[in-house]
Design a protein around this ligand. Structure first.
Ligand SMILES: C[S@@+](CC[C@H](N)C(=O)[O-])C[C@H]1O[C@@H](n2cnc3c(N)ncnc32)[C@H](O)[C@@H]1O
Length: 260
């Protein structure tokens, strides 16, 4: 019994020194970084001109037919070479990556969907464009088009394939399709003059007659000029159509046939 009593402090000491040693050992090591939520990749898409397939995360928008006209313009000649670009609502990053591939100096991509923010970052790193791209997450409490852009930040191009329908989104995924009261559209137009470089241009894509007509009506109220870079007539199209219509919006009137 006496032996046992004498041994207890000894084993306790061993146990304590093991715990302290382990703790000190851990202190010397880098603290494990807590990773954010992991997103499931639901598809890998081949895109003409890209050396690798783009990943699409679960809940992130994918419909490249929306933007076929804008992507053609971005890839044309050296239009985007050495230019700065803001993309509002990047999704998988498809448009931002096209700009980077076309030689854009710097691209800032935003999205309200955290999965889209992670998806754009992933695809940019995959293609080796990560250093020229910053991805910023927009909060649902401040969803304005320029809420994550400093008042002094200006761009040669502001591009967006925003949600097309005037409807309230019920889930984060529905933010890709629904723009309640066209709030996002109105905030894009309201901020263009502040955030475009002199001579800069905005390119929007809408495949919805109501939205295109709204841009045409609202832009002049912000002293902006609108050109539809599309041969189709709005009155001959269904209410929602593909591919999306390419709309140029500029603070100064731009010459037909020019893209900078
Ligand atoms: C039609 S999808 C276009 C995605 C991508 N640009 C493309 O063309 O594949 C619209 C995107 O805008 C994002 N979005 C919606 N509201 C937004 C907001 N207020 N600010 C930033 N992004 C927003 C959605 O999450 C979605 O990723």
């Amino acid at each position: 019994m006496r032996m046992t009593i004498r041994r207890i402090p000894f084993w306790v000491a061993i146990l304590l020194s093991a715990i302290v040693g382990l703790w000190l050992g851990l202190l010397g090591r880098p603290v494990p970084v807590l990773e954010g939520p992991r997103y499931r990749t639901v598809a890998h898409h081949a895109v003409r001109g890209f050396p690798r397939r783009l990943a699409q995360y679960e809940g992130v928008f994918w419909e490249p037919r929306d933007t076929s006209m804008l992507r053609r313009l971005i890839g044309k000649g050296d239009v985007f070479e050495d230019k700065t670009v803001l993309e509002i609502g990047a999704g998988t990053g498809l448009l931002s990556l096209c700009c980077l591939q076309a030689g854009a100096r710097r691209v800032i991509a935003t999205d309200i969907n955290p999965a889209a923010v992670a998806n754009t970052r992933y695809n940019a790193d995959l293609l080796g464009y990560g250093k020229r791209l910053a991805v910023r997450r927009v909060s649902r409490r401040r969803p304005g088009a320029f809420s994550v852009v400093k008042p002094t930040e200006k761009f040669h191009y502001i591009i967006s394939n925003p949600p097309w329908e005037d409807r309230k989104p019920r889930t984060i995924e529905e933010y890709a399709l629904c723009d309640d009261n066209f709030d996002l559209l109105r905030s894009i137009l309201a901020g263009l003059k502040t955030h475009l470089e002199p001579g800069g241009r905005a390119y929007l894509v809408y495949g919805c007659v109501e939205a295109v007509e709204y841009v045409q009506r609202l832009a002049p109220r912000h002293d902006l000029h609108v050109r539809l870079l599309d041969n189709r007539r709005l009155d001959e199209l269904p209410e929602v159509f593909l591919p999306g219509m390419l709309i140029e919006v500029t603070p100064e009137p731009s010459m037909p046939g020019t893209t900078n």
